[in-house]
Unconditional design. Structure first.
Length: 202
């Protein structure tokens, strides 16, 4: 009987060890964090840009004013995958610089007022479908340029003040049903043009 008890205890001990081994699961590797390009950060700081960071240490906001930044300099933005807010207002940026924004999948706010952007430049923003804020006042856009915004259905705040947009161009905004603010001040738009905006109930 004593020998049987010892054998039983040994069997239980071995069995428990096997169960513990079976229960161990391989540890899944945590997803790799997207790192900002330090050279891009340094270059933008040298240009006088103001950079703000998120909790993970990635650049979240860039503010640039004046003549320090050029179209070519916008190539540095590709090294900042988490960029959400970009201020380029009151700069010399032209249509030639906007292709550098195509890969910014996290971009939510873009400020381009008082720049040299035209209708042709807006075509390069078609891939920025996550934009929620777009400021285009005092640019050279017209009705033709608004056609490029039709796919930006996440837009909540759009300014086309002090541009050459007319009643005809507003038809291209009818699908932007998330719009909560639309600045049309100092344009040629009349009450007749506002009829196109009846679907924008927000």
């Amino acid at each position: 009987m004593k020998r049987l008890s010892i054998l039983l205890l040994l069997f239980m001990a071995v069995g428990c060890g096997e169960n513990q081994q079976v229960q161990k699961q391989p540890t899944e590797a945590s997803p790799q964090k997207q790192q900002d390009d330090p050279d891009a950060i340094h270059a933008l700081e040298q240009l006088g840009a103001t950079l703000d960071y998120d909790f993970s240490g990635n650049v979240q906001t860039i503010m640039v004013h004046g003549n320090n930044i050029t179209d070519t300099d916008l190539a540095y933005l590709k090294g900042l995958p988490k960029l959400e807010h970009l201020w380029l207002s009151n700069t010399q940026i032209t249509d030639a610089g906007l292709p550098h924004l195509k890969g910014l999948a996290s971009l939510e706010e873009l400020y381009l007022y008082n720049t040299k952007i035209t209708d042709d430049g807006l075509a390069h923003l078609q891939g920025c479908v996550g934009l929620k804020v777009l400021k285009l006042e005092r640019t050279m856009i017209t009705d033709r340029g608004l056609r490029q915004l039709k796919e930006m259905t996440q837009l909540q705040d759009l300014s086309i003040a002090q541009t050459k947009v007319t009643n005809t161009g507003l038809v291209h905004l009818t699908g932007l049903t998330n719009l909560k603010r639309l600045d049309l001040s100092d344009t040629e738009i009349s009450d007749a043009g506002l009829e196109h905006l009846q679907t924008l109930t927000n």
